[in-house]
Design a binder for this molecule. Sequence first.
Ligand code: SF4
Ligand code: SF4
Length: 96
Amino acid sequence: MTVLKKLNFDNLPTPFPCTACGQCCRSVGDSSLTAYLSRGDGVCQYLDEDTNLCQIYENRPLICQVENYYKTHLKEKLSWEQFVAVNVKLCQKMQQ
Ligand code: SF4
Ligand code: SF4
C-alpha cells in the first residue's frame, strides 16, 4: 500500500492496462479527436512502425496520455474503473 501510494499513479488506483499493442496509434483516423494525427491512411504520423513506439512520446498530445486525459476531461463524469472498462473493450475491438 505504501509503495502504491508512493508510486501514486497520479492519484489513480491503477494504471491503464495498456499492452502497448499500438493499435490505437494505427487507428487515429477513426476518431475526430485524433484524425489530425493521421499520415493519410489512418495511421499516426508519429508511430515508428518498426519499433511500435511513439516518436514523440514525451510530447505526445493529451488525447494519447490516457491517465492525464481522464483526469483532465472525464474524472467528474465517470469513475476510473468505468473508464478503464469502456476503453479496454475499445482496445480489444481494435485488436481484432
Ligand atoms: S490499443 Fe489499447 S492496449 Fe493497444 S496500445 Fe492502444 S491503449 Fe494500449
Ligand atoms: S502521437 Fe504517439 S501515442 Fe499518439 S497516436 Fe501518435 S504514435 Fe500513438
